[in-house]
Write a protein that binds this ligand. Structure first.
Ligand SMILES: Cc1ncc(COP(=O)(O)OP(=O)(O)O)c(N)n1
Ligand SMILES: Cc1nc(C(=O)O)sc1CCOP(=O)(O)O
Ligand SMILES: [Mg+2]
Length: 507
């Protein structure tokens, strides 16, 4: 898509969730709406049951009559263009039957089935009488089904699932029941330090692993994951990438919310809109213009690579964020000023919608024009003192440093962070001297500012960088390992998972 195209009418991807209400708002319809909102997707809702529920458990369930579920479905589908239906709690066989009839009648394009049967607190939400409906009617309509271990076992007649091998066999068997894609979630698998999920598309298995975040606030993760997948599919994201983006979203939301206290029971909700809060804290907080934690995975764009892979800057930026980039820099060395501002305005809007800060490389004027969150300057670009004078106190300023003396000056002049490299040789930036891990360590030890490492860094060597274990080394800045790749989302997601593992084991 061209960077300058615009249209008068706005289209918003649309997910319809057909699920139960959770009065505590951690799971169910409430989680689905928040997950879609976080993904930038409209979410309408058909309520199948109302539960009295909190962080302790489920105190009561009131099922909505089939006729009224039908009425709600018809109200939405006869009026609105729904891209994806996502199902959650379906309390009776009759509700499953009417839902399947209506999916066929309205020819809904994509169906995501979260086979909710038992709540995370162990309460039954959909009894054994619904099993036949799932197996015979709903699964054959499903583009993806997302059972956890207990649900996969229930769908397969109660078999035991104890290993990753068992999960693979279960994914295949559920695929044989008619679902086109299957994600068996291994969060409850005993004896594994990572959360391993198995994705099967009918031909290939993918083992998707992510760090297990230690927190009580996991209520609603299943609903959220399925809804985020539905939201990504509604935007046109291919299935595997949608699953990866959803996993990455849930991981980040759990990490951000791990110390949140809502309710006194054993399972709390988490904050779906953490990106907005994070952005506000980072940029508008009373004492700090940015959180150094956002340097964890710093995506630096490259227009030559975008051309090579036929993607616009906006597409590249969006993909890196969906893969889990925590801060983005537009590094544009070729475009004329007007064109650069045009691109930057679009990218600022994208980054802001995700709560991810966007900085401009070199060009303080462009940063000001597009209201970016800040700039990154080098030793031969505009000096930090002047950049600060122009941009004011509220913007982020990063500066490249190769030596402790430069790091000291960066701090004295009012920079917010240091970009330190080239750690390893790179072909992305010509004639760039390499300082190695020793040079990086020397800068980190002397710097009073947070540091992000740059130069030749990717999934294969990120650990050797982070292992320096300097408390102010906050992450890696990466160009080619994210953008000179066929799938920016997948590569960003891969590197992000590795970095999160490193950060988690450090704690
Ligand atoms: C995070 C980060 N660190 C270092 C650089 C390099 O900046 P600079 O030295 O100004 O070189 P150019 O990027 O302008 O070629 C960076 N861009 N980002
Ligand atoms: C933009 C830039 N600055 C560097 C520095 O050393 O300051 S190295 C670099 C390029 C990094 O690209 P890649 O991740 O593809 O190696
Ligand atoms: Mg520069």
């Amino acid at each position: 898509m061209s960077e300058t195209q615009g249209s008068a009418l706005q289209w918003l991807p649309h997910v319809l969730t057909v699920a139960g209400s959770d009065s505590g708002a951690g799971a169910g319809i409430q989680a689905d709406i928040k997950a879609c909102a976080a993904a930038g997707v409209y979410c309408s809702s058909v309520i199948t049951a109302v539960t009295a529920q909190n962080t302790v458990g489920v105190q009561g369930v009131y099922s909505i009559a089939e006729e009224f579920v039908t009425e709600q479905l018809r109200s939405v589908l006869s009026d609105m263009k729904v891209d994806v239906i996502k199902t959650g709690m379906l309390p009776s066989p009759g509700v499953i039957t009417v839902l399947c009839q209506i999916i066929k009648e309205f020819q809904v394009g994509t169906v995501v089935v979260d086979p909710v049967m038992v709540s995370t607190s162990g309460d039954i939400l959909s009894g054994p009488s619904t099993l036949t409906g799932f197996l015979e009617q709903l699964l054959p309509l499903a583009d993806i089904v997302t059972p956890n271990l207990k649900e996969a076992s229930a769908l397969l007649g109660g078999i035991s699932l104890e290993t990753v091998g068992d999960m693979r066999s279960a994914a295949k068997s559920i695929h044989d029941l008619g679902a086109r894609n299957v994600l068996v979630k291994g969060g409850d698998l005993r004896g594994s330090s990572d959360a391993i999920d198995i994705f099967f598309d009918g031909e290939q298995f993918h083992e998707l692993s992510g760090p297990r975040i230690i927190t009580r606030n996991t209520h609603g993760t299943g609903c959220t994951l399925a809804s985020y997948i539905a939201a990504e599919l509604a935007k046109g994201t291919p299935m595997l990438l949608a699953v990866q983006a959803a996993k990455s979203f849930v991981e980040s939301a759990l990490l951000f919310s791990k110390d949140l206290v809502i309710g006194s029971g054993p399972q709390g909700p988490f904050d779906h809109l953490y990106r907005m809060k994070k952005h506000q804290n980072d940029i508008n907080g009373p004492n700090s213009r940015f959180s150094a934690d956002s340097l964890l995975l710093y995506a630096v764009t490259d227009s030559r690579m975008n051309r090579k892979w036929s993607r616009s800057m906006a597409e590249a930026v969006k993909a890196s964020i969906e893969g889990g980039a925590t801060i983005v820099q537009l590094r544009e060395k070729e475009a004329e000023t007007g064109k650069f501002i045009d691109i930057a305005v679009k990218c600022v809007a994208i980054c802001r919608s995700y709560g991810v800060p966007l900085l401009i490389n070199d060009r303080v004027d462009v940063a000001l024009a597009c209201d970016a969150d800040g700039v990154h300057v080098g030793q031969s670009d505009m000096p930090v003192l002047f950049a600060r004078k122009i941009l004011g106190a509220g913007k982020i300023i990063g500066v490249s440093c190769k030596t402790p003396a430069q790091a000291e000056k960066a701090w004295a002049d009012g920079a917010d962070y240091i970009g330190c490299g080239g750690v390893f040789p790179t072909t992305t930036k010509k004639n760039n001297p390499t300082i190695g891990l020793d040079g990086l360590k020397a800068v980190c030890l002397s710097s009073k500012l947070p540091v992000v490492a740059i130069g030749g860094i990717g999934a294969e060597n990120a650990q050797s960088v982070m292992e320096l274990s300097a408390p102010n080394l906050k992450g890696v800045a990466v160009v080619s390992a994210l953008f000179d790749q066929e799938s920016v989302v997948a590569e960003t997601d891969r590197l992000k998972s590795l970095l999160m593992d490193m950060v988690m084991t450090d704690r």
